[in-house]
Design a protein around this ligand. Sequence first.
Ligand code: 8YV
Length: 319
Amino acid sequence: MTRPRVICSRKWPASVEAALRARFDVVLNQADVALSAAELKDALDNFDAVCPTVTDTIDAEVLAAPGRARILGQFGVGFNNIDLEAAKAAGLVVTNTPGVLTDATADIALTLLLNVARRIHEGQTMLRAGEWTGWRPTQLMGTSPQGKTLGIIGMGRIGKAMAKRCFHALDMEIVFHDAYPITDPGVPAKQLATIEEVLQVADFVSLHCTGGGDNIHLIDAARLARMKPTAYLINSARGDLIDEAALVAALEAGAIAGAGLDVYEREPALSAALTGMANVCLLPHLGSATIETREAMGMTVVENLSAFFEGREPPNRVA
Ligand code: 8YV
């Protein structure tokens, strides 16, 4: 029996690549260089399954008349890099990897919160530059999160995991906005009717909604202006949720206190102004970057593909 032909757009954890090899006729990307649009089209023409990541733009043009592909097995929970309507129109099934990266991503959101609150990166930069002259009572005083209000935008799995951490570990008050009524936030938390209401009361605003579509620039100049001047914006979700130019302007004007960012509007590029701001903590999209999580994400893709090619419903089908 011929085995399905599968291609991965990037290098994956070795244990997952072994699992793929055991089941499929697989082409792996050991060089780990992102595929061009032409190479992605070629992959759709010649493989039964294409496994992209957030770095692959699978738009309508790439998806026009795929010759052979029947399934896109996205490595990641977010899939705003894929034009879902175009994929459906092309007859492709699309799957993602929810659940397995919830804790890792919430950990990074919490890390960013604590970093900006306690000025961790500023302290480390000072030390590494050899500029620490010794302890002083007023040196690098940050902000205590205890008793402050965390505002979550998007109370899904990761939003709830962030709420849990901040409620139990930091004694924070939790408010949130979600497009749907959330009856099980997991910890005491108040759902507010609008994003504006959250922005007005929160000391830390953490984004946990999906990117793309109507959510592009969800946080724009007008919404940044609703935040307290003492508040911090945390984004571990998707870069396009924030109008990055508007964020830079708000930070330059002192309209908000700072930001913790793991994702950017035009990754891997980021606004140069951000890199010069001491009140901004910047990470290179590390949300799910633990060995355990990346292996679990890969094995979830393997399960999705296995189910599909065995004629079963893939467990994590999004289209
Ligand atoms: C991934 C993520 O690293 O899963 C997601 O949606 O943002 C990250 O954790 C990346 O997207 C993989 O494609």
